[in-house]
Design a protein around this ligand. Sequence first.
Ligand SMILES: Cc1ncc(COP(=O)(O)O)c(C=O)c1O
Length: 386
Amino acid sequence: MNPMKTISARAQALEASLIRTVAEAGMTQGDVLPLWFGEGAWPTNSLIVEAAVASLQAGNHKYQPNNGAMNLRMALSAYSNNLLGCQLTPEQITVTPSGMQGLMLAAELLVTPGDRVVALEPGWPNIAGCFKAQGAVAETLSLSVQDGRWVLDIDALLAALTPDTKAVLINSPNNPTGWTMTAVDQQRVLAHCRQHGIWIVADDVYSRLYRHAQYAPSFLALAEPEDRVISVNSFSKSWSMTGWRLGWMVAPAVCETKLGQLTEFNTCSTPGFIQDAGVVALQAGDAEVAQLQRKIQTGYAITAQELSNFSRVAFIEPDGAFYSFFRVDGLSDSLTAAKTIMQETKVGLAPGIAFGAEGEGYLRLCYAQPEEVLERAFKQLAPFLS
Ligand SMILES: Cc1ncc(COP(=O)(O)O)c(C=O)c1O
């Protein structure tokens, strides 16, 4: 008998990430410019690397507290409070081995099978994916393009957030579009969710990669400590640490024990030497993040300029993150197109359909790359985009 017939219905229902479908075919080829994933090309700052090495050499080899080492929790609450003017306590912080794990812990904390959640589309599929894997029914609300910008109809969102909704999942700045929710809209969503007892799960991993200020508008700056708000964040993007797997969650302090117990049954804890490196990353502070912001700004400028050369391409200005999510006239099957582009132009892009049906006809390009790589990529892409 086929063993797969007896695995859980939830595991059977999982869908492959279409970003990976394209990327894993190309990763073995070696000569493809990798603009498919959400990661910068640059290595982690050597101070952070040295902190991890020193921590290992000093003997930090053991299990850690479920909710994270207290020095990192304190450093993270101070970091958030300085940046956002909020008053988080370390009890509200749980350290997680990645933002991805933070999303899954949020889903495990909140979802009873059958619960309704509302997500935005186009959107990174893993966010709703975690909630679906826990048995939630995910409905999506679409962003749309108006006057060359992505917008969300807030009245439509509030109408979708009915009292029987368990959670709304808001990734802002958004992967893939760069759309970013304004503080005024966040205030409206928060007031509505307070009234109806709906959780807000804010995926804030791109919060420092906002093109108009140091930090994108945040629910944490508006929420009271007892509000049903969970923020998921990560060291991956802002500190170029995707491979380290280090993130954190902010949740009401009353959730601390349950988040610790859930961590116990997932990973037990985040490695101590990685957490020590996280403390140093926060100490390296804004200078480190600002350097990355500048590089990303350059990548954005090149991408905007280059894409404007192609009349088939509708470039939509992102407010944050580090992607261009562009529509190509006449493109109706983005998965096949991304595979063809990879084979013929040797540039790896993510297909728009990976981000939901609303993304069909689009391609996503990560511009967190050095100038010369982007220039080469656009030269190689030219025959396809012309
Ligand atoms: C919107 C969003 N959330 C969360 C993550 C997870 O980041 P990590 O697991 O590397 O911390 C990503 C990574 O691409 C992302 O795009």
